[in-house]
Design a protein around this ligand. Sequence first.
Ligand code: NAI
Ligand code: HPV
Length: 469
Amino acid sequence: MSYQNIDNLQGAFQHGVNLGSSPGAVSTSPTQSFMNTLPRRLSVSKQQKVLKPFSTGDIKILLLENVNKTAIATFKDQGYQVDFHKGALPEEELIEKIKDVHAIGIRSKTKLTANVLKHAKNLEVIGCFCIGTNQVDLEYAASRGIAVFNSPFSNSRSVAELVIAEIISLARQLGDRSIELHTGTWNKVSAKCWEVRGKTLGIIGYGHIGSQLSVLAESMGLHVIYYDIVTIMALGTAKQVPTLNELLNKADFVSLHVPETPETKNMISAPQFASMKDGAYIINASRGTVVDIASLVAAMKAKKIAGAALDVYPNEPAKNGAGSFSNELNSWTNDLVSLTNVILTPHIGGSTEEAQSSIGIEVSDALSKYINEGNTVGAVNFPEVSLKALDYDQENTVRVLYIHKNVPGVLKVVNNILSNHNIEKQYSDSRGEIAYLMADISSVNQSDIKEIYEDLNKTDAKISIRLLY
Ligand SMILES: NC(=O)C1=CN([C@@H]2O[C@H](COP(=O)(O)OP(=O)(O)OC[C@H]3O[C@@H](n4cnc5c(N)ncnc54)[C@H](O)[C@@H]3O)[C@@H](O)[C@H]2O)C=CC1
Ligand SMILES: O=C(O)C(=O)COP(=O)(O)O
C-alpha cells in the first residue's frame, strides 16, 4: 500500500513528506511529487508488530543523545532512514538538522522550544526516550500538529534503586571515604555515620518513582512519609503528610521526585532548608531547577544539612567528556565540589541497560505506530485516538488522519467531504485546543484521493492532514 502526506500540495504550509521520491532523493515540488507518486503496494507480514503501509524508506528520523540501539533496530526494521548522534546538538545545528526530518528522538537534554520547532517543516512526531517532557514545548508542538510520546515508567525502578544507594552512602559518608582512600588516606571513623534503620525518609512527589522508592525504603526499615499535591494511596505503612513543611520538619532524608513545572522551581530553597531537621540529608534526582543550589551550599556550609546527592543540575553538559562540568556551565560548581559528603552524578538515574533497552523499544514502537497507522495512544500532548490497523489488502480503502482546531462544527464539514464514500470506522477526540479525527473510508478511487485532500485542506480548522492507503 502507499502513503501520502500531501499537505504541501498547494504550497500551503504543513509538515509534508514527498513519498513519491526515492529514499534520499532531493524532493521535487509538492505538486510534482503528488502527481508523480504512484501508490505502492507493500506486503504486510503477519510477524511485523507495526504494519508497513507505505514506502517507509522515505521517512527520516533524527536520533540524539545516544538513544538506545533497540530503537535504532526498530526504526531500521521499519525501513526508515536513521541519523544517529551520541550527544545533544547545539541549537544552530539542531535547527539545521530538524528542518527536513519527519521524526526526532531525544532524551532529557535537547530543548525543543517553539523557536527550534518552527523550523521543522516536515516534523510529525517527537519521541522523548525518557520520562520527563519538560524539555519540549508541548503546547506549541500540538498547535503545529506534532504529536509527542515518552516512556512514562520504564526507568522508574532504576531511579529508585539509585536513591536507595545514595541514602546509605550519605548516611555512611561512603563517597568521602572512597575519595580519601583513592588518594592514599586511611580515615576509619564512626562519628556522624548512621544506620538507616528506623530513620524517616520524606518523599516529595509520590508518583511512579516516589512510590517505588517508598516500597524499597520500607524493606530496609525506614519509616516513609510523603508529600504530594494530590491525595495518593499509601503503599505499605507509608503516610501522606498534608504540607511540605511537615515533611521537612520530620524527615531525616528528603528525596525529590516531582516534575519540572513553574510550581516546583526552587521548591527547596533557603526557607525550606531552614525547616529541615539539623543534620538531615537531601537527594535530588528529579530536575535541576527544583533545588536552589546556592541555598544548598549555604545550608551545608552552616552544617544544617549533613549531606546531599545530586543527579540533576540547572544546566547540564551536552555530551560526555573531561572538563564539561565546569564553572563556566554553572557558577556554583566550584563551591559544590569542594564540600564534603556531597555525591554528584551525571544525570544517570535512568541510565541502566534494562531501562534504556525497554525505553528504546517502547518509544520507537509508539513512533512507528503513529507514523504508519496514525495511532496516538500514549501521546502526552494529543488526544489519544486509535483504530485497529487498516486492512491494506482491501482495495480502495483510505485512512484519513485529520488534526484540527477544537472548534464547533468541524465534524459536520469533514463528514460532508467524506460522505460520498463509505465511512467504515471513525474515531475522534479532543484535548484542549487540539482535536484529532481518524477515519477509514472505502470505495475510494485513486482520483478521489486528491479531491478529498483538497477539500479537507480548504477547511478552516485544519492543522494537518495525512492520508494512508
Ligand atoms: N534522574 C533521572 O535520570 C530521572 C529523573 N526523572 C524525573 O523524575 C520526575 C518524576 O518522575 P515520575 O515519578 O515518573 O513522575 P510521576 O508523574 O509519576 O510523579 C510525579 C509526582 O509528583 C507530584 N507533583 C507534581 N507537582 C508537585 C508539587 N508541586 N508538589 C508536590 N508534588 C507534586 C505529582 O502529583 C505526581 O504524583 C520526572 O518528571 C523527571 O523529571 C525521571 C526519570 C529519570
Ligand atoms: O527520564 C527522565 O526524565 C530522565 O531524566 C532521564 O533522562 P535521560 O534519558 O537520562 O536523559
